[in-house]
Design a protein around this ligand. Structure first.
Ligand SMILES: *Cc1c(COP(=O)(O)O)cnc(C)c1O
Length: 382
């Protein structure tokens, strides 16, 4: 047998336990998705505002100007096109004049920032449920790190109090998401900011990947909603979800921006995104800020679905447009997802190890344009 046997056996194991993953080809149109000639309501999309399917915006954008399709280098060499400056200015203007820095993706951002900032005198305290990209960033860093129980600020403050006055610790970076991707619940940013203010060594790192576009009057995220934009040291997010583009961003102090430009490896050693992408991000970011109607509609259907699920006797921690229906058993969740798909609802099961043991779930991800009637039908067959 060849040298590849090892990998084949690993894959066979995944297949026999129902955990093998593969790409599925699909076509999408508004909130519909077609897979193998079957059209279903797309309840697994990150296009929360429905921006990605607005074809007239693409046409309007392409009519305005022509752009480079490659930046041909890192921004520190020749890749720093005007589009980058304009995009960061648009971000800075929206985020109360704070500094902004762009990254090639949210993943690049999260695997790059912490390794650049955290040395052996740094303690990272991360929520138990933070995204894989943040975990990878922590692993790549030289910092010490501990996890606190999910959204348990009591536990977090105990940990801070325990390590804050240690001579070995000069900085503590508290890392959380604002809306959590698997539970759809939220961190209490107001309390986190209060806590941080009690401890001079503490800085806050908040990932708004699921909240940008969705929360706040201008869609700037939970930080806008709770009026703490200026209090969060590292306010990060992605343009790949509601903003319907690609790339990550950081809102921070100017000194941090300069420091990262000088030290952050994924920023220094990777070709910058194409200028056309950056211009598209700016275009969509501006447009997104005007979408109060969609944000309102998304909020309405989210509250509706959350309460119906509880009424049906399921548990769901959600307070957002990400609405998990906790099933428990993995196989049950898989079968129930299949049944939902047979009824025309494209819902994916999420199983351990992505989520804790015995909390396999159906993860419903809502888009603003989905009519309430469609969800009523879903609730009926649950
Ligand atoms: C999706 C996601 C990312 C990664 O962003 P990309 O731009 O898709 O690489 C980072 N953090 C969180 C919390 C996410 O959900």
């Amino acid at each position: 047998m060849s040298i590849l046997k090892h990998y084949k056996e690993k894959l066979d194991l995944l297949k026999s336990t129902g955990n093998f993953r593969q790409f599925t080809a699909n076509q999408q149109n508004d909130h519909w998705i077609t897979i193998q000639n079957k059209t279903m309501l797309n309840l697994s999309s990150n296009d929360y505002l429905g921006l990605a399917s607005k074809r007239h915006l693409t046409e309007q954008f392409l009519d305005e100007k022509s752009y480079y399709f490659s930046s041909s280098s890192s921004r520190l060499l020749t890749g720093n096109f005007e589009e980058y400056t304009l995009c960061e200015k648009a971000l800075s203007d929206a985020f109360l004049g704070r500094s902004a820095l762009l990254f090639n993706s949210g993943y690049h951002m999260n695997i790059g920032i912490l390794p650049a900032l955290a040395d052996s005198q740094t303690l990272i305290l991360a929520d138990k449920l933070v995204h894989a990209s943040i975990i990878d960033g922590i692993r790549l860093s030289q910092g010490k790190y501990l996890r606190y129980r999910h959204n348990d600020l009591e536990h977090l403050s105990q940990l801070i109090a325990k390590y804050h006055d240690s001579v070995e610790i000069e900085r503590i970076i508290v890392v959380t998401e604002s809306i959590f991707s698997m539970d759809g619940d939220e961190a209490d940013l107001t309390q986190l900011v209060k806590l941080k203010k009690q401890f001079p060594k503490v800085m806050l790192y908040v990932d708004e990947a699921h909240a940008i576009g969705v929360r706040g009057h201008l869609g700037l995220g939970c930080a806008e909603q709770y009026q703490v934009i200026s209090e969060i040291d590292f306010l990060v997010g992605t343009f790949g979800k509601a903003v319907a583009s690609v790339g990550g961003y950081l809102i921070c102090e100017p000194v941090i921006r300069d420091y990262l430009i000088n030290t952050m490896r994924p920023l220094i050693f990777s070709t910058a995104l194409p200028p056309i992408n950056i211009a598209w991000t700016t275009f969509m970011f501006e447009h997104m800020q005007t979408m109060q109607r969609e944000r309102h509609a998304l909020g309405e259907i989210s509250t509706y679905l959350q309460s119906e699920i509880i009424q049906k006797g399921y548990s769901s921690p959600s307070t957002s447009h990400l609405v998990p229906i906790i099933i428990g058993d993995s196989l049950k969740a898989v079968n129930q997802a299949k049944e939902m798909q047979a009824h025309g609802f494209y819902i994916m099961p999420v199983r351990p190890p992505t989520v804790p043991k015995n909390t396999a779930r159906l993860r419903v991800s809502l888009t603003a344009s989905i009519p309430k009637q469609a969800l009523e039908k879903l609730v009926d067959i649950l």
